[in-house]
Design a binder for this molecule. Structure first.
Ligand code: A2R
Length: 304
């Protein structure tokens, strides 16, 4: 016991969070991904929690004096906000500081997918270039595409602005039309999918967005269609996506997020026309440091 306020931290949280929290708080470190395990004395002392990933009612109910859950990441769908709200516990996230990084990654993933960059690099590294000659061409191009954004919030707008110099047409679907933008707004996701050939998902994981990208939406993108996901894997019916990729009713997909991370379905691993990233859209040292700083600042401000 130190007399300092006790903050619970997952063992997997970014190092910057630990270093900065240690200066002001007593840290009670716990393992993520196991059933909650903490002594009753420690549980009693915990007043704050710094979390990266899921934090359910099982944890929240164990901590009688918890006041704040500071989540590392903008999407806080892993935190049981209903359980927190019932107890009057505040939940914070890390918006804005990752907008540029995620938007840059979204454009990179789109280009990787359309130009089939992982495949062409394998062609060089495997010696095929020297042995077999020029790499087979990608059937897809950015030229003439219409890109639809499912979500046009803090990150979505940054993706849209980055796409303008590519001379593509841009449209979007959100529940409310966004003020101050000229992009075409579609009132439903299906109407958007029917109007575009490229769909980028950047909505939060909520009951409304759960498996919203289904067989019908994917089919509407057409055989030249490209689907990119930098939002949440839970927004996609992965079985339908695998089927569309195999049947080539969809040309390609670029995915940074998956339904049940870190598990990736074999059907996606086997799909030649999918580019797969391990949830890294915000994963650079400067951006993760900025997210870590915001987690710590939120906790410091709350207790001040
Ligand atoms: O629907 P609106 O007008 O609230 O627009 C928001 C849109 N959105 C939806 N669009 C259609 N159907 C829905 N059920 C729905 N729910 C939300 O997603 C808004 O345009 C966008 C969310 O924007 P922000 O709250 O500013 O989130 P941010 O920072 O752009 O991050 C988006 C997500 C995170 O929640 C993580 O899951 C992922 O990207 O990193």
């Amino acid at each position: 016991m130190t007399g300092k306020t006790a903050v619970l931290v997952y063992d997997t949280i970014h190092g910057r969070v630990l270093t900065r929290l240690e200066e002001k708080f007593e840290l009670i470190r716990v393992r993520r991904g196991v059933p909650p395990s903490i002594s009753p004395e420690d549980a009693e002392r915990v007043k704050g929690a710094a979390i990266f990933g899921a934090f359910g009612a099982d944890w929240i109910d164990l901590l009688p004096n918890l006041e704040i859950i500071a989540h590392f990441g903008v999407g806080y769908d892993g935190v049981d906000c209903a359980a927190a709200t019932r107890r009057g516990i505040i939940v914070t996230n890390t918006p804005d500081v990752l907008n540029d990084e995620v938007a840059d990654s979204a454009v990179a993933l789109l280009l990787n997918t359309i130009h089939q960059i992982p495949r062409v690099e394998r062609w060089l590294r495997s010696g095929d270039w020297a042995e077999k000659g020029s790499c087979p061409l990608s059937p897809m191009s950015m030229k003439g595409r219409t890109v639809g954004l499912y979500g046009l919030g803090r990150i979505g707008i940054e993706i849209a602005r980055r796409l303008e110099p590519f001379k593509v047409k841009i449209a979007y679907h959100t529940r409310s039309k966004r003020e101050g933008v000229d992009y075409a707004h579609y009132p439903t996701l299906l109407a958007l999918a029917e109007a575009v050939d490229t769909l980028i998902c950047i909505v939060p994981g909520t009951p409304e967005t759960h498996k919203a990208i289904n067989a019908e939406v994917l089919k509407a993108l057409g055989p030249n269609g490209v689907f990119i996901n930098v939002g949440r894997g839970t927004s996609v019916d992965e079985d339908a996506l695998i089927e569309a990729l195999n049947a080539k009713t969809l040309a390609a997909a670029g995915l940074d997020v998956f339904y049940d991370e870190p598990k990736v379905p074999q059907g996606l691993l086997d799909a030649e026309n999918a580019v797969l990233w391990p949830h890294i859209a915000s994963a650079t040292v400067p951006t993760r440091d900025a997210m870590g700083d915001l987690v710590v600042d939120n906790i410091i401000r709350w207790f001040a």
